[in-house]
Design a protein around this ligand. Sequence first.
Ligand code: SF4
Length: 334
Amino acid sequence: MDKMIREAMYWSKEGDAIRCELCPHRCLIKVGKRGLCRSRLNSAGKLFAVNYQKSISISVDPIEKKPLYHYHPGSQILSAGPNSCNLSCFFCQNHPISQEDQPTMNFSFEIIKSIFAEYKNLPHRIALTYTEPFTWYEFIHDLAAEIPDLKIVLITNGFIMDEPLSEILPKIDAMNIDIKSINDEFYKKHCGGRVQPVLNTIKKANEQGVHVEVTNLLIPGLNDSEPEITKLAKTMAEINPEMPLHISAYHPDFKCDIPRTTSQDVMDAVKLAKQHLRWVYSGNIGWGSFTDTICEKCNQTIIHRRPNNVKMLMTDKAEQPVCKICNESVWGRF
Ligand code: SF4
């Protein structure tokens, strides 16, 4: 058996076909066929993860690019992702690598170990990103066992069944979960998914002590109404009002030609969400006060973010990081 293919987890037989139980699609996969995410193949009545240890891209990125703003700001992170996704958003901003088969690179555990051995200053963390890391489930599972001290970060759509989620969460240090909309109709119509499993992932990850931030891509006329933004912020606040929310500008891509989100609309949405959440940021509209972290109590900029230049005004002595000026607590891992 090819070392780069591994038997998949979470499936059962239904006659000659296989029911994949990893994500809520629960694909019924016939012999010789792959599931909707293209990462799992029914070969002679067994399900295999065909994207195992294969990455569409390998690079080192600023953590701010994920985006994660309250998780080791200013650090770099080794980043990679599979050539697969289990949603089919018609506006996908990464569709050539998420929705279409592309050549991939060998990303074995030996290669990962050798990268950290060579680049000694690189923090011992890895972001599984660019596409959908839950379609790399077996790779994440085995990576955590192979390199136990490696902190694993997922940039994910959160669309996974509860049981595999519960199994993988103890191996995860941080997540940015992309909620496409708080509206289930949006998920059904535009993404081929449902919102409830995504909310379950946010809730469970937060409960289990994973550092969670959330991203919402604001698409004009589709998910940018005031009631919808308010509902999203309130729902998040019920889970954890400290959880950062990133509201990002969309641009026309894939099958969607709606004109791009204006900077003003993003800033208005940020202000609205801030009525319910403590940390709300803009994305994809440049850098400024809406991407900085401002202390709520003394109004000083405590994390100043610009490309490749992040400055912090916080004390690192306390167990809970605090503002250097007024000692107000700052939620996150620093
Ligand atoms: S993980 Fe892939 S194969 Fe499995 S149910 Fe989801 S889309 Fe289908």
